[in-house]
Design a protein around this ligand. Structure first.
Ligand SMILES: Cc1cc2nc3c(=O)[nH]c(=O)nc-3n(C[C@H](O)[C@H](O)[C@H](O)COP(=O)(O)OP(=O)(O)OC[C@H]3O[C@@H](n4cnc5c(N)ncnc54)[C@H](O)[C@@H]3O)c2cc1C
Length: 477
């Protein structure tokens, strides 16, 4: 029987147009993708391990086989804990560095499926369409990505359909069988590894923007769809010792260009309806479940930075200084704050009218919005502790096997660590703060959830201010 991993790798050999360095590449074979593919495969492999599969999966009611817990609709606190555990296992496998392992998009889909009856008022076919797709994605272990943003061409112009030169994704033709779409979307993280892409607009659209208001599920191998990758940040597998993160965890980002792409009606979940799209984009169950995964991963990643800072300070004896202790204390506070907000969101979870137990979104969005500030600060702290040590490294850990080895061992050692190990430690941290992959991660944590300024301002806009008013009014009235 074909394993889930093998099925996944085969599914990528489907004629998709993944462009890298001006050429179409086979993601399953090209060396810029093989390191990451091996990481994703090892996650799928967990389903074959009887000791692990219960922590990441549950039995599908349809196939009676294990499927990923991101698809589990939580009906209780215990179900939510099961979801959390699955996210922890996968995020810990990459120390939170890989962020779009599909469990975010799968959680979004699960949320929409759980609330499907809500959207019948916009389209009576919605519940049936999402049920069919949800079951297919769950039972076939489909790797999914969500891509929402219009290409960054001219942000000063309001996106209206008549403006042709902004590359806005729109339906250009409707037939009995489906629709044809043209335009582009960014940033498609992990798009080259995805089976399907869930596409809808990021912002609120007005009535006159109706032709842009669609929610589509697009197969990554659709004819006319071009996945244009950024430069690869993946270092060769042979460089694993020097770039342990870049060699395994470059999830890749792509601009999606839709050149007359056909989408069958069963995968056009909603169309021509700004209000419906805004409602489903803001769906509280989908948001809570997806960002619940995102903050579990964020907590793991911040803990990883704290671990690196601790080890580096220890390695060079900087941990004896008060200000270094204070800085590592700040990293620990970051981890505890995110973890505390995660626990609060779960503890304050509630069952909605459809029986879904969702974590409290206000704590989740607080953690998410803090993350956009915490992560760059965490990297700054790491830089302040390791300082010049990040640059003063031999070109490769393999240099220690060369003729200069005795001298290198003498001059690259640390206070409490031998030279080769110290070099590996600093190279690991450099991969997170100084490599192209590391810089991309800083940008990712700032922007992955949308404009961080708008997100934080929304906390103010959506907050019930009655109590705040009352607290002050007793003094001034
Ligand atoms: C590494 C990475 C991975 C990502 N992965 C995904 C993904 O998988 N799926 C996905 O959907 N998205 C993804 N995103 C995209 C993310 O949704 C956007 O980056 C985010 O919404 C910000 O939009 P933008 O990048 O187009 O910036 P812009 O909106 O172009 O912003 C550029 C600047 O202009 C300002 N600006 C723009 N418009 C306005 C305005 N109306 N008012 C005031 N200021 C304005 C912004 O504040 C900012 O300073 C990813 C982003 C990054 C960096």
């Amino acid at each position: 029987m074909t394993s889930i991993k093998e099925q996944f790798i085969q599914s990528l050999q489907d004629g998709r147009n993944v462009w890298l360095d001006g050429k179409i590449v086979d993601v399953s074979k090209n060396q810029n993708f093989t390191g990451t593919l091996s990481t994703i495969s090892s996650l799928f492999d967990m389903f074959e391990d009887p000791d692990i599969r219960d922590s990441i999966g549950y039995i599908s009611p349809k196939t009676h086989e294990y499927v990923h817990t991101a698809f589990l609709i939580p009906h209780s606190y215990e179900d939510l804990m099961k979801r959390r555990r699955a996210f922890e296992v996968w995020s810990q496998a990459t120390d939170g560095v890989m962020s779009r392992l599909s469990d975010y998009a799968r959680s979004r889909l699960t949320g929409w499926y759980a609330s499907r009856e809500e959207y019948k008022r916009f389209d009576q076919h919605f519940p049936g369409k999402i049920r069919t797709y949800y079951e297919e994605a769950r039972d076939r272990h489909l790797f999914l990505s969500v891509v929402q943003r219009d290409p960054q061409i001219n942000r000063s112009i309001q996106p209206v359909p008549e403006v042709k030169n902004l590359g806005l994704l729109r339906i250009t033709k409707k037939t009995e069988d489906g629709v044809f779409v043209n335009g582009a979307k960014m940033v498609g993280t992990a798009a080259p590894y995805s089976n399907d892409l869930i596409i809808y607009p990021l912002g609120m659209l007005k009535e006159e923007q109706k032709p842009l208001a669609h929610m589509l599920i697009v197969a990554a191998n659709s004819p006319g769809l071009h996945l244009v990758c950024r430069e690869s940040f993946a270092s060769e597998p042979s460089k694993k010792a020097d770039s342990p993160l870049s060699s395994q965890y470059d999830e890749m980002d792509a601009l999606l260009i839709f050149d007359n792409v056909f989408v069958p009606w069963e995968r056009v979940l909603l169309h021509d309806n700004p209000e419906a799209i805004w409602q489903i984009k803001s769906d509280s169950v989908s948001n809570s479940l997806a960002y619940h995964q995102a903050i579990v991963r964020l907590g793991t990643k911040l803990e990883f930075v704290a671990a690196l800072a601790y080890e580096i300070a220890d390695a060079i004896g900087a941990n004896t200084y008060l200000h270094v202790q204070e800085k590592i204390g700040e990293l620990i506070m970051q981890v505890k704050t995110i973890n505390g907000l995660l626990i609060a969101s779960e503890f304050q979870g509630k069952v909605d009218q459809y029986g879904t137990f969702t974590p409290d979104f206000t704590y989740i969005e607080t953690a998410r919005n803090l993350g956009a500030k915490y992560y760059p600060r965490a990297l700054e702290i790491l830089q302040l502790i390791g300082a010049g040590g990040f640059i003063q490294l031999p070109s490769s850990v393999h240099d220690f096997q060369g003729p200069l080895s005795p001298l290198l061992k003498e001059y690259f050692k640390g206070a409490a660590i031998e030279a080769e190990k110290r070099t590996k430690l600093f190279k690991l941290a450099w991969d997170l703060i100084g490599s192209p992959l590391g810089s991309r991660h800083e940008l990712y944590e700032r922007f992955y959830a949308g404009d961080p300024i708008r997100n934080t301002a929304n906390q103010y806009n959506n907050f019930d201010k009655t109590r705040l008013k009352q607290m002050v009014e007793k003094y001034i009235n």
